[in-house]
Design a protein around this ligand. Structure first.
Ligand SMILES: Cc1cc2nc3c(=O)[nH]c(=O)nc-3n(C[C@H](O)[C@H](O)[C@H](O)COP(=O)(O)OP(=O)(O)OC[C@H]3O[C@@H](n4cnc5c(N)ncnc54)[C@H](O)[C@@H]3O)c2cc1C
Length: 435
């Protein structure tokens, strides 16, 4: 069963000193991986998480390229030994119910990374935080970042510490040479410095819940497949992510207007309305029982202008979020965590925590992230069909799979595919409502 209640962990909270080389705010995949890899190099690191560990979180499907950071963190054996279902492929079902053959990742790249996992995020993120702790990070939960201690304005802001609330203690300041913002969609610093812009072409809302006893394709290779199913008229789409204990995460994403606009009655009513429009999914849920309440999240796609400044770095969702359709979030969180950790280590070693030094990785990271963005735009562009595109351009099948598995960094080859796709213009939310 999914544990959705925040559970107070059974550990004694550590003493917190007055300053650290690095303070990381946020104990998700981005914060935990950044903290772990900096601590491993011998720097003092404090990780602040406002909630508990483990905590419930959406975002359960990993993509193959997460493998490399997880390997560097030493977590592959633990994942292999876990009960998380193995994921070998992704499958798409059109609005008319036509099922694509699954894209098996190992047919594209016969490497151990081509098998990945469907993870319940509470225990998965805890594995990462525990690893950060093992490598020397001081992990403080029930610890809320209130503010940064800084001079300057906007992207010119220079950070020298943080103001935090640790449990019931009075708020206090903690000094640092580098502050890492890994606060997820809170995007603490990006909002504070007015650097966050909503993507008006991706104004979507999601409703999701968990089912038990749903139909799964049989066999080790297919039972863990992520399925993306479009609803009739392509007004929305569902994810179908098989988890351990016969539980399946099933979420529906559509325009804000359609999901939560005028006429909205309840999350259940909207979810059931969209389910009725999705024959492929109805069949899979025929004998299933819903085992959790409905959860909602709204208007979650945005870009952030700057990834680093004097004494600060942003990672994961705090540095931008793309729509969930291609499950890119945890991969981008881990990848940015790794890039940032290497840059922070380099900056601390050189005693130069300037924006130039901390931000060396940002341009290539933004280029890679933009490649996911383009694929998401293609998905939502009316009239665009991946099947038709690949019939016309079979030479791009490998490029498409490259982006699906997360091979987006240092890979300009895939940009030729986007050039051949032509203009990708998903309608803004308002337009989508009248299509
Ligand atoms: C509907 C939906 C479906 C998704 N599905 C997938 C999927 O299938 N696969 C996938 O890879 N990704 C998916 N994602 C994206 C994924 O959930 C995120 O990209 C990922 O969790 C980002 O990791 P992170 O570490 O940046 O942030 P988070 O995991 O959000 O962690 C941020 C942490 O910061 C803490 N925090 C926030 N503010 C403060 C503060 N002031 N002080 C201290 N701590 C703070 C929070 O409590 C949280 O624990 C989905 C996202 C959405 C919206």
């Amino acid at each position: 069963m999914i544990n959705t209640a925040p559970s107070a962990e059974n550990v004694v909270q550590p003493e917190v000193a007055s300053s650290y080389d690095v303070v990381v705010a946020g104990g998700g995949p981005a914060g935990a991986s950044t903290a772990a890899l900096i601590a491993e190099k011998g720097h003092s690191v404090l990780l602040l998480e406002r909630s508990h560990v483990p905590r419930f979180h959406v975002g359960e499907s990993l993509i193959p390229e997460t493998y490399h950071v997880l390997e560097r963190l030493g977590l592959i054996d633990a994942l292999k030994a876990s009960a998380f279902p193995r994921k070998y492929s992704v499958q798409f079902v059109t609005d008319t119910g036509k099922e694509s053959a699954p894209f098996y990742f190992d047919e594209h790249n016969p490497h151990p990374s081509s098998q990945t996992w469907q993870v319940e995020r509470g225990p998965f993120d805890k594995m990462l935080v525990d690893r950060a702790r093992e490598l020397g990070t001081v992990v403080r939960t029930d610890a809320k970042l209130l503010d940064v201690v800084s001079t300057g304005e906007g992207a010119e802001t220079s950070v020298r510490g943080v103001k935090v609330k640790l449990g019931d203690e009075p708020a206090r300041e903690i000094g640092c040479r580098v502050f890492v913002d890994a606060t997820g969609q809170t995007a603490f610093l990006a909002r504070r410095l007015n650097m966050l812009h909503k993507d008006e072409r991706l104004q979507k809302g999601t409703i999701w819940t968990y089912w038990k006893g749903a139909h799964r394709d049989p066999g080790e290779r297919d039972e863990g497949c992520t399925i993306i199913l479009q609803t009739e008229g392509k007004r929305s789409w569902f994810w179908y992510i098989p988890l351990a204990d016969d539980v399946v995460s099933v979420g529906c994403t559509g325009s804000m207007q359609d999901m939560f606009g005028p006429g909205f009655e309840s999350a259940e009513a909207t979810y059931q309305r969209e389910l009725a429009r999705c024959p492929g999914l109805r069949r899979r849920l025929e004998n299933a029982e819903r085992v959790e309440d409905y959860f909602t999240t709204k208007d979650f796609s945005y870009r952030v202008d700057e990834g680093a400044g004097d004494g600060w770095v942003l990672v994961g969702d705090a540095l931008g979020f793309i729509d969930p359709v291609y499950s890119s979030g945890v991969h981008l969180a881990l990848a940015s965590g790794e890039f940032a950790a290497d840059a922070v280590h380099d900056a601390l070693s050189a005693d130069d925590t300037s924006r130039e030094r901390l931000g060396t990785w940002i341009p290539e990271y933004f280029r890679g992230k933009e490649r996911f963005h383009q694929l998401v735009y293609a998905f939502y562009t009316p009239g665009f069909s991946f099947a038709n595109f690949l019939r016309e351009h079979p030479e791009h099948k490998g490029h498409l799979v490259d982006v699906l598995v997360g091979n987006v960094f240092d890979h300009p080859g895939v940009d030729r595919m986007f050039e051949d796709m032509g203009e990708l213009t998903p309608p803004s939310d308002l337009a989508a409502a009248v299509v």
